[in-house]
Design a protein around this ligand. Sequence first.
Ligand SMILES: [Ca+2]
Length: 314
Amino acid sequence: MKKMKTNTLLATTALTLGLGASTVTLAGGGAKTYAETEYPIVLVHGLLGFDSAAGILDYWYRIPEALEDEGADVHVTSVSPANSTEVRGEQLVAQIEDILAQTGADKVNLIGHSHGSPTARYAAAVLPNKVASVTSVSGVNNGVEFADAVNAGDQDLLAGLVPLLADLISFVGGNSSANDAAAAISSLDTVGMNAFNASYPAGTISPDSCGEGAHRVNGINYYSWSGRSDQLLHQTDILDISDLILGYTGLEYHRPNDGLVATCSSRLGKVIRDDYFLNHLDTVNQVLGMTNFFATDPVEIFVDHANRLKSAGL
Ligand SMILES: [Ca+2]
């Protein structure tokens, strides 16, 4: 892992030069740069998401801190927990403009989880000269079978919870953005996503393929990663009830999925991986860091990706 590499390098340099430990800190400037991207990193949450619920639970659990510890400048945005991609996208556009004004940066690197991916893609289309990259994490980039099942009336029970949860999350998180659960579901089902992709095709794949999208469109780099959790015995953590729920929702699918998004649907631009041993919420290190002991640490995936952006000059 990069911390080890950095520390090992510094220690080796110090030993070679015969320096003491205190000099090592000074020689390294005391600051880590592994994730020090050229442009700020802007995180965009998914359906029923939030930035921080009452200051207690962070959506991106321990991820911004890890990125900042490695030198990144991270901004956590907050849009409507449940609304159409376009409404959420316009809210994000306004927040990107604010971040650019605050930081003096020319561009941002957008990273969107779940519904945050098309939300980020929308903002990139509106602000093409102000976005350096769009990264989709467990992103809804083609249709979601679960949303199709809701529209077909097959998932009334869970569907009924969406508007209630959306309003609760807004209330707890102090988010005054309006919710429209029906618009959210319509954005995420297969018909809605096909229409969105026709208008905003950058980085997308055709729905029946499972390949890669264009890596760079209009000067913006596109990346994606996701996990799959439909394998036998996939319970990421025995204490994590979200693992059980995602195991249930994944039954709507007849292909590899992470409990909410089929792995092929998650693909956008350069596919880093779509088969991490992580479910839909594990990829943002939820709940409270409860992921499978044997899986890749989701926080490390973000930090390594920031280094990838840095290496690309972004
Ligand atoms: Ca979990």
